[in-house]
Design a protein. Structure first.
Length: 117
């Protein structure tokens, strides 16, 4: 039996605000969207879903640390641009022996880690 990863979903309240953040500000490639969900990273195996929290069980999942990490080629430039655009950082860009990392918040407060390695 083969098991593969299909997607990971982040729940939001404001899908339009999330689209601006994930597609326009972070620059994630949009694969598809509907009135309630977007899927990013077309054709790259597992995708990242961003969906409107519509069920009582999903409401507590909005506005938290997601555990999701995105690798960014030019993290310094992206973090500078996000700062200029008013994006909130849970953890500012820092350098360490293993690389650079920052944690950004989407408009609903979901936290996404950005790393350069």
């Amino acid at each position: 039996m083969a098991v593969t990863m299909k997607n990971v979903v982040i729940f939001v309240r404001d899908l339009a605000g999330a689209k601006k953040f994930y597609k326009d500000q972070l620059g994630l490639p949009l694969a598809q969207e509907s009135q309630m969900m977007m899927e990013f990273f077309p054709g790259e195996g597992a995708s990242l879903g961003v969906a409107t929290a519509m069920h009582e069980a999903a409401f507590p999942l909005v506005g938290r640390h997601t555990g999701i990490t995105l690798r960014v080629d030019d993290i310094v430039d992206l973090c500078r641009r996000l700062t200029e655009e008013g994006v909130r950082f849970a953890e500012p860009l820092e350098a360490s022996p293993w690389g650079k990392m920052a944690v950004v918040c989407d408009p609903d407060g979901n936290q996404i880690a950005l790393v350069d390695r």
